[in-house]
Design a protein around this ligand. Structure first.
Ligand code: PLP
Ligand code: COI
Length: 340
């Protein structure tokens, strides 16, 4: 490996790598797809994605394991979620087996960008799809492009494992029956003002509440919540307007099956949050990042067991999940796809 990259200090940023995958959809079918060194996209000035934001994406990682292999984590679930997103946005479905194959090809072509074991870095993979043909009346495009690129990354939050401080947002992320449960670019476009506002006010992230009643915890701009009760129960909010995080689903399984903890997915009222002792944000980028403090318009909630460092339950969840991903702990059947 001689990319001159400082593997231990990558941050979460885009770096151009060698090759990416492209496939185009035209006349009702996907072409066979190919790898390319061209990182530029050329589309109509009137493309569906540019006018009406017809785009969805995914995020997953390739990991270097303790014994030097390269693996990905549950890519079949990303393929499925991309289908769910595409259906909701009236886009064609990219076949799930081809999705996984595209991921494999991109990792293989960019092996030297998979950070070494122990560096804290991973190769982040970004599959995405967008309407590429001209659309001026409000309707779906006729043509689409599916791409996957990769970029080496470090932790999403710059402090790494240091607990972050978040605030309750005055903005809503997703409406009931809206698009909060799919990975549409538009969900992120509308969160930009909210995140810039949070950062300007000194917070690392937003906690969004449910738009209808503003009494229930939803998620942040890029991760689901996990809470731990005084008696070590792991609780995660249930809602139809949050993204069904693959990391969260995996962590709930790990909590129950590996750590023997009680787990519960249910509606979580903001009123209850003060009674929890640990809080974490979980997602591909966030892994599980501890939250030390939640501020609701000046009222502070401090997590009793995790405000100066990661709390004990979240630490165990983190160690077990990353142990599975890095090959130190045996994975449940089907979770790890070995690339090489
Ligand atoms: N919630 C949102 C809004 C996200 O963007 C993400 C990131 O993908 C997640 C949750 C976590 O999902 P996953 O664990 O599948 O990466
Ligand atoms: C991911 O975790 O993969 C995401 O897509 C979150 C994003 C906000 C970086």
């Amino acid at each position: 490996m001689d990319n001159n990259l400082d593997w231990g200090n990558l941050g979460f940023a885009y770096r151009k790598t060698n090759e990416r995958y492209v496939s185009n959809y035209k006349n009702g079918t996907w072409d066979e797809g190919c790898m390319t060194t061209d990182d530029m996209v050329t589309i109509s000035e009137c493309a569906g994605v540019l006018q009406y934001c017809q785009a969805c994406f995914e995020g997953l990682k390739a990991y270097r394991t303790e014994d030097g292999r390269i693996v990905t984590f549950r890519p079949d679930l990303n393929a499925q979620r991309m289908e769910d997103s595409a259906k909701r946005l009236e886009m064609p479905l990219f076949p799930k087996d081809r999705f996984v194959e595209a991921i494999t090809k991109v990792v293989q072509a960019n092996k030297e960008f998979v950070p070494p074991y122990g560096s804290g870095g991973t190769l982040y993979l970004r599959p995405y799809m967008f309407g590429s043909s001209p659309v001026i009346g409000v309707k779906p495009a006729d043509e689409y492009q599916f791409r996957v690129f990769s970029t080496p990354v470090g932790p999403y939050f710059s402090g790494g494992a240091k607990p972050i401080t978040i605030c309750v947002s005055d903005y809503d992320r997703a409406a009931p029956h809206g698009t909060g449960n799919i990975k549409a670019g538009l969900n992120y476009a509308m969160s930009l003002h909210a995140i810039v506002t949070a950062h300007n006010n000194g917070y690392d992230e937003n906690m969004y509440l449910d738009a209808a009643t503003r009494t229930k915890v939803e998620e942040t701009g890029g991760a689901n919540f996990l809470f731990v009760t005084k008696d070590n129960k792991v609780i995660t909010p249930k809602s139809d307007s949050i993204l069904p995080s693959i990391t969260r689903r995996s962590l709930m399984y790990v909590a129950k099956e590996y750590l023997g903890l009680e787990v519960e997915e249910r509606e979580v009222y903001f009123e209850e949050v003060k009674d929890f002792v640990e809080c974490g944000l979980c997602g591909t980028a966030a892994v599980i990042s501890p939250v030390g403090k939640i501020v609701d318009h000046g009222k502070e909630i401090i997590m009793a067991n995790g405000n100066t460092q990661m709390g004990p339950v979240i630490q165990k969840l983190y160690d077990t999940l990353t142990g599975i991903q890095m090959g130190r702990i045996e994975a449940p059947e089907g979770w790890i796809k070995v690339i090489e």
